[in-house]
Design a protein around this ligand. Structure first.
Ligand code: ADP
Ligand code: ZN
Ligand code: ZN
Length: 821
């Protein structure tokens, strides 16, 4: 009797027992993958988490199909961490497994398989099984793994597929668009024997009678020289050399044969980095040095430290110094960022110090790139000793983490919303660090209330920097009262006279401007003047946003779009007007107010695609854009040295969001956007346009008064029973049938409020109460600090189980969000 306990990549809370042979039993280790049958005909890639001899009582254990790995690809620490995530965030272990692994490591019966188009196939070399699969693919473009099972009439087919993939005949669906093999780029350089000057004259001598060859060599020298003046020497590709010299591959080949040139290959993802490490040592300022020492000091008795340093205080440099120390100990380092978009700038900065020891991991990477980093981390390769990534990098197979940085720790994107696991990467990182005995540094200019509370109550260390690096002054913030400006007719579109004047000023000095508007599109609402009708999405309970560019109304929740109506759908009136404004409208207004300036826009609509964001950032950095308009994407830790003015078009729509974090978020957002101004010598200026200049939060932003904001919010949180005093669990119920949902959510609410001795709120109809035709209700549970959260979750789970047992409620989807953000 030999068994393995496995996790399946499905939304199932249980683990499953499969039987294995005695030989397999001795071979298999925890953390290896096995292909297993499930249900009537499905096959999945499961993960072994236990090897045992206990026969399951309730079912007959099926046999595994096969072992997929020669050694574990998931570590035991990872498995424990995933189990913690499943239990803390109340989701299935299968959800965590599925979310954590690169999808190419999760081959299953539904995976699509196709023939590789560009490979030559010698069918006489194929086995019978391989040939059958090959032949089937001549009839149709793609097959599912389960089709192949039928064709071969056997279950053990993963090895056949694997062989065909290895022979370069098959590809898995996802890889078809995404180029599986790391691309190699061919470069050319001078043969080492010509490196000295003496060698050079000898070289030109040998080429005296070979004009074409001489030409290309001369061109090579020119290229080296021009590339060098723009910084460090860049490698030169064979392709570029041939193009530039108007030459041919044959001539390059001849030169290589003569040993004048030599060629070499680099992987494409290494190309951006040219391997030159900065020689000048990074020197911290006295203030930075003190902070650095204090952090290390705090790590001697605490596991987590908060670095609260104002924008542009040089936190990144302190991180770099700390990384340096941990690198020397041989440990692995994880650097978490809230957004992939930020990585480009940062990777550049880190590679300048640590060269190819820096790897990047994020969801825009294709399968192969992700597997490559996965394996590097698993093998403790030097190439991934420092991993930079968004929240999912937390799931990599680290063996020996020494240090985790969570930069911009206050950012809400660290919390995954959908699908499960709905984990908070900062909090999960702290738990992960604990099992590695690693240290965690949280960094922010505007820490979250929870984190600052933990630091103030001595749970975390606290190190603060209140000065900018190089004694650059904090920006000067000026408030513009919109009510007064509209009343006195001092507005041009959405621009006050003050803002227009300041922009004009900045532009005349050759400086750049950032304008912040927290909404995309042209205007959020189109309204009929005659009857007041506002077009809504047919599937969601939201009004449609007008996008002038495409002359469309669009739903930002489900993507539905329609042409802009010429008349009201209710009363046929043609008098339609727009209300509110988004980035697109600001961009339009700028074009007419500043016709001679170059204007860029950065929001979800302009940054699609793998490098969409980078392109805009780069052209702003290279000063090809004078004024950049954008949404909150702008607020995130970008470092531009020529921005002297930041304008916040309207502070009010952030403030009056119906959310207990609205004031905290507004403060963070405005302070962060303001922090983009004046990062070099000259003091920067920030203009905030608002109808509420006397609002506490706006005053706190203006006075750079983080503590004032913190104390006020903390007071409110205590009174209104929110974090950090209460833990929040939010239940979201969804169902297409309105009445069923109403009834079901009321049933659940009543059971919960009767059985839980704590505040239970709801069932509430949220502000947007229908998305993609599903109605929504929410229930909020507030768990007081002194109550066991583990026991409460058990009770909640029990009630959910009985809820599911009621037949008429079974179709209601319930989603749990622990520590709802
Ligand atoms: P923060 O992350 O705190 O907003 P940064 O780390 O981006 O601040 O630093 C702000 C600017 O100051 C950057 O341009 C950075 O290169 C520069 N800087 C900070 N510390 C140093 C240092 N020790 N030596 C040289 N330049 C520094
Ligand atoms: Zn109308
Ligand atoms: Zn919609």
């Amino acid at each position: 009797m030999h068994f393995v306990e496995v996790i399946l990549p499905l939304s199932l809370a249980k683990t499953f027992t499969y039987s294995v042979s005695e030989m397999e039993f001795h071979y298999i280790k925890k953390g290896m993958r096995v292909a297993v049958p499930f249900g009537k005909s499905k096959i999945y890639t499961a993960l072994v988490i236990e090897i045992h001899q206990n026969k399951p009582e309730l079912y007959e254990a099926k046999e595994i199909h096969q072992i997929l790995d020669e050694r574990p690809i998931v570590t035991e620490i990872q498995i424990r961490h995933w189990q913690w995530i499943a239990s803390y965030y109340m989701c299935a272990i299968g959800d965590v497994y599925r979310g954590a692994m690169p999808s190419a490591l999760l081959l299953e019966s539904e995976t699509l398989i196709s023939q590789k188009t560009d490979s030559f196939i010698d069918t006489s070399l194929l086995s019978d099984d391989e040939f059958l699969v090959y032949e089937a693919l001549q009839q149709q473009n793609s097959l599912k793994v389960q089709d192949i099972i039928a064709i071969l009439n056997k279950k053990n087919i993963f090895p056949v597929i694997q062989k065909l993939v290895d022979k370069n005949i098959l590809v898995l669906q996802e890889e078809i668009q995404e180029s599986y093999k790391p691309k190699l780029v061919r470069y050319v350089r001078l043969h080492p024997k010509y490196e000295s000057n003496q060698g050079l004259s000898q070289l030109l001598e040998t080429l005296k009678n070979a004009n074409k060859q001489k030409e290309i060599v001369m061109r090579y020298f020119q290229l080296c020289a021009t590339e060098k003046t723009q910084g460090e020497a860049k490698p030169i590709t064979v392709k570029k050399l041939i193009e530039e010299a108007n030459s041919s591959a044959a001539i390059v080949k001849a030169l290589i044969e003569k040993e004048i040139f030599e060629d070499y290959f680099l992987q494409e993802d290494r190309v951006n980095f040219n391997g030159k490490i900065r020689e000048d040592e990074l020197r911290l300022s006295a203030t930075q040095q003190t902070a650095f020492e204090e952090i290390k000091e705090s790590f001697t008795y605490k596991e987590v430290c908060l670095l609260h340093g104002v924008t542009s205080s040089g936190k990144t440099e302190i991180y770099i110094k700390l990384i340096e120390e941990y690198l020397a100990t041989g440990k692995q380092i994880l650097y978490l960022l809230p957004e992939i978009a930020l990585t480009t700038q940062l990777v550049g900065r880190l590679r300048a110090y640590f060269g190819n020891k820096v790897a990047v991991f994020h969801s825009k990477y294709n399968n192969n790139e992700r597997i490559e980093v996965w394996n590097q981390v698993l093998q403790k390769s030097e190439k991934a000793q420092v991993v930079i990534g968004a929240r999912s990098a937390l799931f990599l197979p680290f063996h020996d983490l020494g240090f985790i940085i969570v930069d911009e720790e206050h950012e809400q994107t660290f919390k995954q919303v959908d699908p499960a696991p709905r984990y908070h990467a900062r909090d999960a990182a702290i738990v992960l660090a604990h099992s590695h005995k690693a240290k965690v540094l949280l960094g922010s200019a505007t820490p979250s209330i929870e984190t600052y509370f933990n630091a103030k109550s001595d749970k975390f260390g606290l190190v603060e920097i209140s000065k900018r690096f190089g004694n650059v002054m904090m920006p000067n913030i000026e408030l513009v009262d919109l009510k007064d400006k509209y009343f006195r007719k001092k507005m041009t579109g959405h621009f006050s006279d003050v803002l227009v004047e300041e922009i004009t000023n900045a532009l005349s000095l050759g400086e750049q401007v950032i304008l912040f508007q927290n909404r995309r599109g042209y205007s959020p609402i189109i309204e009929c003047i005659t009857c007041g009708h506002v077009p809504h999405c047919q599937q969601c309970d939201v009004s449609l946003t007008y996008h002038k560019n495409k002359n469309q109304l669009r739903c930002h929740y489900c993507g539905y779009s329609m042409a802009k109506p010429t008349h009201c759908h209710e009363c046929s009136s043609v008098d339609l007007t727009t209300k509110g404004f988004g980035t697109e409208q600001i961009e339009q207004e700028l074009i007419s107010i500043f016709p001679n300036s170059k204007i860029g826009r950065m929001d979800q609509d302009t940054t699609r695609g793998k490098f969409g964001f980078e392109k805009i950032i780069d052209s702003f950095k290279n000063r090809e854009i004078d004024i950049l308009v954008g949404t909150q994407m702008l607020a995130k830790g970008l470092d531009f040295d020529n921005v002297s003015l930041v304008g916040i078009m309207n502070a009010d729509n952030m403030l009056f969001h119906p959310d207990f974090r609205a004031f905290e978020r507004s403060f963070q957002m405005m302070t962060q956007v303001a922090g983009r101004a004046g990062r070099s010598e000259k003091q920067g200026k920030v203009i905030i346009q608002t109808y509420n200049p006397n609002h506490n939060t706006i005053q706190q932003v203006t006075n750079n008064d983080y503590l004032g904001m913190y104390n006020e919010q903390l007071y409110d949180r205590q009174i209104y029973k929110y974090p950090p005093y209460f833990r929040i669990i939010k239940l979201t119920l969804k169902q297409r049938d309105f009445d069923k949902l109403k009834e079901g959510s009321m049933w659940l609410y009543q059971v919960m409020s009767q059985n839980l001795n704590m505040p239970v709120l709801g069932p509430e109809e949220p502000a947007i109460s229908r998305i993609r035709n599903e109605y929504i209700r929410t229930i909020i549970i507030k768990i007081p600090q002194n109550v066991s959260i583990g026991n409460t979750k058990k009770t909640i789970q029990k009630m959910l189980n009985s809820f599911e047992a009621v037949a008429q409620y079974r179709a209601i989807k319930v989603m749990l969000n622990v520590d709802f953000y």
